[in-house]
Write a protein that binds this ligand. Structure first.
Ligand SMILES: Cc1cc2nc3c(=O)[nH]c(=O)nc-3n(C[C@H](O)[C@H](O)[C@H](O)COP(=O)(O)OP(=O)(O)OC[C@H]3O[C@@H](n4cnc5c(N)ncnc54)[C@H](O)[C@@H]3O)c2cc1C
Length: 314
């Protein structure tokens, strides 16, 4: 029996586990190692660690969390989750069952990628999905934006914050934006090509061009794509947690889901999707989860929790 099973060892899950460790709760972090930014060469904007290598950031975070004696880390995948009649939770993993009094879901999202030759050679170095994360690097550049829905209008215009020029390529689909969208793009000289990108050329960190099915070639230094991402919400669904219309796990301002004893943090919850935000949400959910265990019998191997302050004072 653990106090808490944390599913997901990205910035949100590790941050939560670290704070649970500081409260001496017995915690296991189960992580499949598919952090969303694992493709990226640099992670921007984390205070004191701007431009850090995401793998180094993650390694340092794992080391920091590992140092807490009541926290353990397992490279594994959680496959199902259920709540027992006694209010505890059972998480099935590829290597067996875990039982805990609380569950904290920090499972992130899965991105959809365009099918373009050479995509993964450049993804995370010159190809990105998030202008907030990587737009600064587009300063003065020729940028191609992949997308066909009306949302690509705002996406492309937003990139003009930094880029010298933006061209939209629709993957061969018809551009779904209405005349208002077309006029706005025209006003800012953003061309829309209803053609399919078939290949990216150049070497990693030195993207040269996008080749189109119709034979055209667009010189560019960066590509941004606006397709879709899907919250990894399967365990939350099994536990009966309420989701938002986009499939994110609904949480209150302390990271508690609609199911008592189940917490959630990071990209899988609504809001901005950034490392620092995920870590901060993990902190909130982790501390709240730790406090919720006050007054309960500790998991074997964990020191006794402190006084249930609220119960004492009520
Ligand atoms: C290309 C790219 C560049 C980015 N650049 C930046 C940047 O410069 N600055 C910035 O602030 N943000 C950046 N981001 C966003 C950042 O990566 C995310 O906001 C952040 O990783 C979210 O953290 P998280 O802990 O919520 O999820 P993640 O980091 O995605 O971690 C989720 C973890 O949960 C695990 N998991 C999921 N389901 C299970 C399961 N059932 N069992 C076990 N483990 C499971 C996954 O394997 C994964 O390890 C970038 C993202 C991408 C894709």
């Amino acid at each position: 029996m653990y106090d808490v099973v944390v599913v997901g060892g990205g910035p949100a899950g590790l941050s939560a586990a670290g704070w649970l460790g500081r409260y001496r709760r017995r915690v296991v972090v189960v992580d499949g190692g598919e952090q969303r930014n694992r493709w990226a060469d640099k992670s921007h904007g984390y205070l004191t660690h701007d431009d850090a290598d995401p793998k180094e950031l993650l390694g340092a975070a794992q080391g920091q969390v590992d140092a807490y004696r009541t926290v353990e880390f397992r490279k594994d995948s959680a496959t199902t989750a259920r709540r027992e009649d006694d209010g505890t939770f059972v998480i099935e993993t590829n290597s067996g069952s875990l039982r805990a009094k609380r569950v904290l879901l920090a499972t992130g999202v899965v991105d959809e990628f365009p099918e373009v030759e050479g995509f993964f050679e450049h993804y995370g170095a010159s190809v990105f999905h998030c202008p907030t994360c990587d737009g600064y690097e587009a300063e003065g550049c020729e940028v191609v934006a992949f997308g066909w829905s009306s949302e690509v209008t705002g996406f492309a215009l937003g990139l003009l914050e930094w880029a010298a020029r933006v061209t939209v390529v629709t993957d061969g689909s018809r551009f779904e934006g209405d005349q208002v969208c077309r006029d706005a793009l025209d006003r800012h000289c953003v061309e829309v090509l209803e053609d399919e990108a078939v290949a990216l050329t150049g070497t990693r960190g030195n993207l040269r061009e996008v080749r189109l099915r119709g034979g055209g070639v667009l010189a560019c230094q960066l590509v941004f794509f606006s397709i879709a991402h899907h919250p990894r919400n399967e365990l939350a669904v099994q536990l009966g947690c309420r989701l938002t219309g986009e499939g994110c796990i609904e949480v209150d301002h302390e990271g508690l889901t609609s199911v008592a004893g189940v917490y959630s943090a990071g990209d899988v919850t609504p809001g901005m999707q950034l490392v620092q935000v995920a870590a901060a949400k993990g902190t909130v959910a982790g501390v709240t989860c730790a406090l919720s265990l006050r007054g309960e019998r500790p998991a074997p191997g964990a020191p006794p929790p402190g006084v249930d302050v609220e119960a004492e004072l009520s």
